[in-house]
Ligand binder design. Sequence first.
Ligand code: HEC
Ligand code: HEC
Length: 459
Amino acid sequence: MFRYVGIFLYFYCSVALSEPPYSGGETTVFNTSVNAFSMPAKNLSLIRREGFFIGNAFFKNPWVTAPASTAARDGLGPLFNTNACQSCHVKDGRGRPPLDDENMISMLVRISIDVPHAKQYLQQLTENGLIAEPVYGGQIQNRAIRGVKPEAEVTLEWLESEFKFPDGAVVKLRKPEVVFSDLAYGELDENTVVSARVAPAMIGMGLLEAIPESTLKQFVTTQKQSKSGVSGKLNYVWDRRLQKKMPGRFGWKAAMPNVKQQVASAFSGDIGITSNLFPESSCTSKQVKCLSAPSGGEPELTNEILDFVTFYSKSLAVPARRNMDDASVQRGEEIFAEINCNSCHVETMLTGADKEFPEYSQQEIHPYTDLLLHDMGEGLADGMSEFEAQGTEWRTPPLWGIGLLQTVNEHTNLLHDGRARNIEEAILWHQGEALNSRNAYAKLSYEDRQKLLDFINSL
Ligand code: HEC
Ligand code: HEC
């Protein structure tokens, strides 16, 4: 009897690490609690975990106005959205649009101007991929320190529409329109383009950074050759450290080449904390009181703290899949492939070698993304371009962990602006390159649609 159990265990363990429950390879954690997105990578050594916890403190705790006795964490603002990373990436998870009577907290609004290419904008286009609004900058900061006016009040109005399934079922959809009031520094430029974005979940970032560029290029080729209408492309974005263009991987339009630059840009744009990588303050030259407010140092963020927060951001583990023995989940997985969802939400790939992060190297992972930009049609378009990404284009978001969103964040709002209230609404917004998949989903029987949703909820 014991021998059989032993044989069973032997087979079980020998296949386990490469099987899909281990979405993040050896970094995968088995945690289905409210803290499911907050765990360090499983294979991070005890010593390396110290850095994780130091980074966590700077991610969680609020920054304060300068000058302050806690010099390490002063320099908030003058303009900012909120005073801690955690306020947007709630429990290391995802933000959401405000409810009717709430302020906008866990999402932000980017702005840029859309003008014909002109010589004076070349540097901005090369380094930022867009042209910032001349007075307000690249993002509306709806809060400010005392003595400085916040840029504006931001609210959303919802435009409702209906989707009718061939079988007669009807689903209500909603799309946000951004409304600015109390614009403190005058009217916005008439060519202003607006993009509302929720904070994405923080899991698996080190693994996504470790996927070789050659793998991403292979996805481009495979999609082109498939002639299925799905044809993604890499964003090529400015790497501030290397001073050259690199593949974009992070942000809803893949405008950031690596986690460190994304983190430094969040410190500068969202919290108003300058660093060597992002020395620019949150004030533009037209915001005079903002410019004369006291600073928390030059720069406000030390390289050391930036490194800790980057290490933390790269090390949050992906939770394992659940309910994989469920027949409905198994059939849903087949349907996911049959209707070509997996052409963009690619299941399996290998990470490359990274000497600094052996934990994320050579891992077989199941992120359900190709990290490529896709034209998703006018319904989802924000009209904003960032580097190579056009107004209709978005990066395929990873789907790992998506079924735990309700547990961690107590909502299931999806897509770049959180408009979808659940997975089905998110699918129904897919158009452009994904229109065939969306239509194939709509043609499924009610039962098969539920199976597909069960599968996605098991990720
Ligand atoms: C005001 C809300 C807000 C705050 C505060 C904030 N973020 Fe974000 N974060 C976002 C949004 C929105 C995005 C997507 C950005 C985009 O698409 O341009 C994002 C993206 C990211 C990403 C990339 C995620 C991905 O899936 O590509 C990382 C990493 C990140 N933030 C880390 C941080 C860190 C570290 C801090 C604190 C220094 C921070 N963020 C503060 C809203 C916020
Ligand atoms: C052409 C590429 C493509 C195909 C095919 C595709 N998707 Fe997507 N998917 C995307 C992109 C890009 C987004 C992000 C769009 C946005 O936020 O505006 C997305 C978003 C999602 C989201 C929300 C994720 C999040 O983090 O908010 C879900 C769920 C999803 N897709 C499921 C599916 C399913 C199921 C199918 C098959 C019916 C499918 N997708 C087919 C590219 C694709």
